[in-house]
Design a protein around this ligand. Sequence first.
Ligand code: AMP
Ligand code: MG
Length: 479
Amino acid sequence: MLAFDNSYARLPERFYTRMDPARVAAPKLLRLNVPFARKLGLDPDWLASSDGVAMLAGSAMPEGAAALALVYAGHQFGHFSPQLGDGRALLVGEFEAPDGQRYDLHLKGSGRTPYSRGGDGRAAVGPVLREYVVSEAMAALGIPTSRTLAAVATGERVFRERILPGAVLARVAKSHIRVGTFEYFAARGDGEAVKALADYAIRRHDPAAARAAQPYRAFLDGVVARTAALIARWMAVGFIHGVMNTDNMSVAGETIDYGPCAFMDDYHPGTVFSSIDHQGRYAYANQPRIAHWNMARLAQALAPLLGEDEDAAVASAQAAIDAFAGLFEDAYLAHMRAKIGLETAMPDDALLIEGLLAAMAGQKADFTLTFRQLAQHLGEGPMPDGLDAWGGEWRKRIAAEGRNPADISAGMDAVNPLYIPRNHLVEEALTAAEINGDLEPLDALLRVVTAPFAPQAHAARYAAPPLPHEIVEATFCGT
Ligand code: AMP
Ligand code: MG
């Protein structure tokens, strides 16, 4: 059994709505993430039992759990929505894992809440399994993320463009406090709530900030640093979140709220997959700028806590936000250097990396495979297509480090994945699950993307880019 606590429920009542679980018609476990359950100190057998599945489906709450729908606001595509919230999700409770970390268990697709607006509170099996496979791939890549504990079929139908089978995703994250949670209270002029939320977030996510000379500024600095580090990691693997609204940005610096997310196949900085992102606001190359903008929204919400008077507060907020670009650039360069086999830092490295990306864009080179190929082209001989001129510079730079080529290529292969959840493979797996109830393709895909660096037997098709007729141009939120 799980020992739940819910510290969020001890915050003032205007932070959430307590929810009775909605009864789900016929919950059936689709997949339980057994290794992850074990890592969390949860008993997989109990989770797979009828009591466990009832909890994972949101039908029954275990002891100590006080299911809550959290309220928040958010800038959606740049426009402020003063009230959003868990419209189809519930925070079941918090528990402590054997590593001492406190986690939230959160259910998505568990039914309507006071924040559902026009929505039905449900999730369809396709988007639930997309989040499962992509979040687990992200975790295997070492990228901070919410993780998936289980996917449960509800036995209910969900009405979208088509009628789809319903599902609930049980996910685990360090936090469900978003930039938008702060914005919600700030926009209402509820300074007391902003302070209570910041104190709570500091206690739970940034205990060191409590001991700083200016705890709220230290907290803001921490969020800025974590977010810059996170986006640098996204960029280094070609991940596109798709809906970087401020309500989808965790203050714990984890990737959360997977919607129409995807990994890029051929490199193009303007790549967008989300069917709702008509302006390309959340295109691949815009992600750092958008994250920076989102941090400015957080700083604005926290500003009253940042100084004695308004001028001091604004100056402090500005200084915190201004750190973003440098933090991002340093982290990004560190990842990109490692990706091309460099251990030391030289002043022209940024130019070298830009040169590679420009050549890749011109060549429509596959983002993931190009870095794997480079590891095999350290020495003499022709470079991959279109990279000859760049390759000359790169080899000189590599040679200047004087390291053993076998070590260099092994180091590159340890940071450059061979397997990512490519969009066409994800679609194939989701379609099989949705239409035929066949989870084999999903299992096969999970097997490769959860061990993404070393070649696996019989897995060549999972490493290959899509053939022209397989390319998936658009992804859908499914909301
Ligand atoms: P998202 O962009 O998916 O993070 O969702 C934005 C907002 O819409 C959040 O407040 C969600 O809770 C809400 N929402 C999304 N889908 C649904 C749904 N099917 N029913 C109710 N609310 C939803
Ligand atoms: Mg969201």
